[in-house]
Design a protein around this ligand. Structure first.
Ligand code: RFL
Ligand code: PHB
Length: 391
């Protein structure tokens, strides 16, 4: 058994765990990050693409925004396509100057890993059988297997940043924690392609055959999604069929401008809203997808991981500087207040833009979408939430 000591033990090297480790280091607080997968897998996982300004600010504070500033694509709005018409939504005009940035989660992750390693950060990939101990004491610990040895890390605090399928959430006592969730009767078939984006802005498209999203990673790389069945068989989707379906759903709103290209990735993502309350048990704090997930329609998941991390860093910093536990005691309620607003927005965007296959509900959602596109007040509400509520 090898024994180690750190201030904050972090489980998971996704955006939440890596950003937490990096921000803690800027405050002089040390951490060890344990990650189940290998580095290449973590860096290659294609997921989010839209960063709110608050997330960008945190990446600056963490000292990892140099490439983001160079390569991130600043977007001054999105478009919603309906009935073959594209409706641009001008974020700066509706929010007093705010906008968003498109920069892949893969790139955020690579930048954070490079920064941690170049500054001597302790990241341990391929850590197996991570187990948490003594969470309701002042010396919680983590045990795991790594490169054939057993290890134990004694910590002051443990951060559960191990995503929706991680182990940390399971340590909340069932009688003290409540999980609230909603499933949706559809999923997203996502592709990454070497093809230019359809437009400079993202296009969210509602069509009678289902939702489609036209996004991007760069000026030469597209990321598109199609609403599909949760049990959709990818084998039935040839590249030609995917491009043809994307073109049909976009229709007169830009289908002709869609340029196909070689596919680099193809996957099906289920849609779920989920929150566990509270985000804390003793010295264990959950941040990011381990505590909550949103359907991707509002582009909020990664940004919520960032806001949780912000609150947790401030709370830990106060504790280490002044032994002030108020931030830690308030962490769950503070983070969840923002999480629930983003849950509401993600659920609402998902409802409006997808076809549920329930005649009455679908007509109500369509009426609301038509109203939204005709109302400056309603569009301002959408814009304010999309660019991100303050944290
Ligand atoms: P992650 O990224 O899932 O990272 C968790 C890490 O923990 C590791 N792990 C373990 N390590 C050690 N021991 C264990 N027992 C472990 N169990 C798990 C995992 O290997 C992993 O490395 O969670 P984190 O850090 O909280 O980050 C959350 C984000 O990844 C997620 O919210 C976003 O990707 C969601 N999301 C989007 N968010 C946005 O803000 N904007 C978007 O545009 C956006 N688009 C998306 C998305 C998610 C998508 N999918 C695939 C779910 C689009 C899609 C299609
Ligand atoms: C993406 O580019 O992957 C993306 C963009 C916006 C979303 C979801 C995903 O709402």
């Amino acid at each position: 058994m090898k024994r180690w000591r750190t201030q904050v033990g972090i489980v998971g090297a996704g955006p939440a765990g890596l950003l937490l480790s990096q921000l803690l280091a800027t405050r002089g607080i040390d951490s060890i990050v344990l990650e189940r997968r290998d580095r290449a897998y973590v860096e290659g996982r294609v997921r989010a693409g839209v960063l709110e300004q608050g997330t960008i600010d945190l990446l600056h504070e963490a000292g990892v925004a140099e490439r983001l500033d160079r390569e991130g694509l600043r977007h001054h709005g999105i478009s919603i396509a309906l009935h073959g018409q594209r409706h641009p939504i001008d974020f700066p005009a509706l929010t007093g100057g705010k906008s968003i940035t498109v920069y892949g989660q893969t790139e955020v992750t690579k930048d954070l890993i490079a920064a941690r390693l170049s500054r001597g950060g302790d990241l341990r990939f391929e850590a197996e059988s991570v187990t948490l101990h003594d969470l309701d004491t002042e010396r919680p610990s983590l045990s795991f297997e790594h490169e054939g040895d057993y290890h134990e890390i004694t910590c002051d605090f443990i951060a559960g940043c191990d995503g929706y399928h991680g182990v940390c959430r399971g340590y909340l006592p069932p009688d003290k924690a409540a999980a609230l969730e909603r499933d949706y009767p559809f999923a997203w078939l996502g592709i990454l392609a070497d093809a230019p984006p359809v437009d400079e802005n993202l296009i969210y498209c509602r069509h009678e055959r289902g939702f489609a999203l036209f996004s991007m990673r760069s000026r030469t790389r597209s990321r598109h999604y199609l609403q599909c069945r949760p049990d959709e068989n990818l084998q039935e989707w040839s590249d030609d069929r995917i491009w043809s379906e994307l073109r049909t759903r976009l229709g007169k709103a830009g289908g002709d401008a869609l340029q196909p290209g070689p596919l680099l990735e193809k996957s099906v993502t289920p849609m779920r809203s989920f929150v566990v309350e509270p985000l804390r048990h003793g010295r264990l704090f959950l941040a990011g997808d381990s505590g909550h997930i949103v359907p991707p329609t509002g582009a909020k998941g990664l940004n919520l991981a960032a806001s949780d991390v912000h609150y947790l860093v401030e709370a830990l910093d106060s504790w280490y500087r002044a032994k002030d536990a108020r931030g830690l005691d308030a962490y769950s309620a503070t983070a969840l207040a923002r999480v629930w607003k983003a849950q509401r927005f993600s659920w609402w965007m998902t409802s409006l833009l997808h076809v549920f296959g329930d005649g009455f509900q679908d007509r109500i959602h369509l009426a609301e979408l038509e109203y939204l596109l005709s109302s400056k007040a309603a569009l301002a509400t959408l814009a304010e939430n999309y660019v991100g509520l303050p944290f």
